[in-house]
Each structure stands twice: as structure tokens, then as C-alpha cells.
Ligand binder design. Structure first.
Ligand code: 5RP
Length: 219
């Protein structure tokens, strides 16, 4: 299967994890887009969705799926999203699409995080994909210096503003041996809004697209 076929296959498989009558948490990116298209086929069976980005909200609305404000939703059984990297412990790097903050918020509310990826995203150690960090613009240089002290090489994502009006530093050169510790450390740097490590709250289930079909891993 091509990478794109794997993404479509895991998006279709994720529908089995959506309980009837619920509001679904929906991620951002090309794999999440395929999931939204699959969700449209069962839209009569769900109450609607919460989106992790303006882009996903627009795509949901284009399918006439109701998009709810997360503040009005107290129960979110499932959140379905892609990842840039994921380990067998289901720790992830996310934020390649720049939606990491809203993704982390929706994931925090959800009871289950179902990660959907093609097999290229499964890695032994996180960090080859540059780690995105959303920062308050006036803190950019300070945070960059702090990241250098931690051993990373930050690069400003040029011409990009998040849905929250902030900027992104992509951190190169990290070999993330302890993702929970690094996620916590980065969160303590003043001016950091969110970092793209999803380890303190990782995924519950990975649906991985492979040449042999969809492999399910749960912890
Ligand atoms: C967006 C994300 C995406 O989940 C991640 O970038 C994967 O995207 P894709 O499904 O297009 O490979 O974190 O902020």
C-alpha cells in the first residue's frame, strides 16, 4: 500500500472506535482529513464533532457535520488524530501542521486518544522530526536560547501564525530518550504555550497502516 492508501485505511478503521450518538474529537492534518471524510459517511449516527483547528472545523462543516464549542462539551469519548512520530509506548511528536495546542486541549478532554498513522511514523526514538513548540511572539528569542541550553537547535517556522495568533519554533537535533521529562521541562519555560510532545498524555490506541493492512496497538 502507498503511504496515502495507508492513511485512508487507518482513517476508515478508526470509525469502528466511534460510539454511536457521541461527539467526536477530530484532529488536524492529511490523515485526520481522511478521517473527517469517513465520519461524513456516518454523520447521522453522531451528535457532531469538536475540531482541533480552524481547517478541520471548515472541513467538518463542508460535510454538514455540526462543530461544537469544546466549552459546551463535558464528555468526549474519543479523539482521533494523526502524528508526526510515534513510539511503541504511544508517545508522540505532533504539530507538523501547527495545531498542537488545540490538539493537546481536545486530547486532554477526551477519554481515549486514537492515533492514526501510516507506518513511516513509527520510530524507536522521537526527535528526528523537528519538535514544534508554539510560543508567545515576544518570548521567541528567550525561548530559543533556553532550547539551545537543552541541546536543541530551534528554527522559526517562517510565515506561519497559529490559530491562536502565536508562532512556532521547530527544534532540530533532539534525541528524545525521556519524552515525559522533556515535555514537562519545556512546559516550564516562560512564554511556551505548548510543546509538540504528547507523552504525559499519549495515545491509548495506535492504528498503524502497513503493507499487510491496519495493525492495532493498545496500551
Ligand atoms: C498537526 C499534526 C498532525 O497530526 C501531524 O502533523 C500529522 O499530519 P499528517 O496526517 O498530515 O501526516 O500534529 O498539527
Amino acid at each position: 500500500m502507498t503511504q496515502d492508501e495507508q492513511k485512508r485505511a487507518v482513517a476508515a478503521a478508526a470509525i469502528q472506535h466511534v460510539p454511536t450518538g457521541c461527539i467526536v474529537g477530530v484532529g488536524t492534518g492529511s490523515t485526520a482529513n481522511y478521517f473527517i471524510d469517513e465520519l461524513a459517511k456516518i454523520k447521522h449516527k453522531i451528535e457532531g464533532a469538536v475540531a482541533s483547528s480552524e481547517a478541520s472545523a471548515q472541513r467538518l462543516k463542508s460535510h454538514n457535520i455540526e462543530v461544537h464549542d469544546l466549552n459546551n462539551v463535558s464528555d468526549l469519548p474519543v479523539y482521533v488524530d494523526g502524528a508526526d512520530e510515534i513510539t511503541e509506548n504511544l508517545h508522540m511528536v505532533k504539530g507538523g501542521g501547527g495545531a498542537l495546542t488545540r490538539e493537546k486541549i481536545v486530547a486532554a478532554v477526551a477519554r481515549k486518544f486514537i492515533c492514526i498513522t501510516d507506518q513511516s511514523k513509527l520510530v524507536n526514538v522521537l526527535g528526528n522530526f523537528p519538535l514544534p513548540i508554539e510560543v508567545i511572539p515576544m518570548a521567541r528569542s528567550y525561548i530559543a536560547r533556553e532550547i539551545v541550553l537543552l541541546g536543541g537547535q530551534p528554527a522559526l517556522r517562517h510565515g506561519f501564525t497559529t490559530d491562536n495568533g502565536n508562532i512556532i519554533l521547530d527544534v532540530h537535533g533532539l534525541q528524545i530518550m525521556n519524552p515525559v521529562e522533556l515535555e514537562t521541562t519545556l512546559n516550564q519555560i516562560t512564554g511556551v504555550v505548548t510543546n509538540g510532545l504528547f507523552a504525559c498524555r499519549g495515545a491509548n490506541t495506535l492504528l498503524l497502516g502497513t503493507d499487510e493492512g491496519v495493525r492495532e496497538m493498545t496500551i
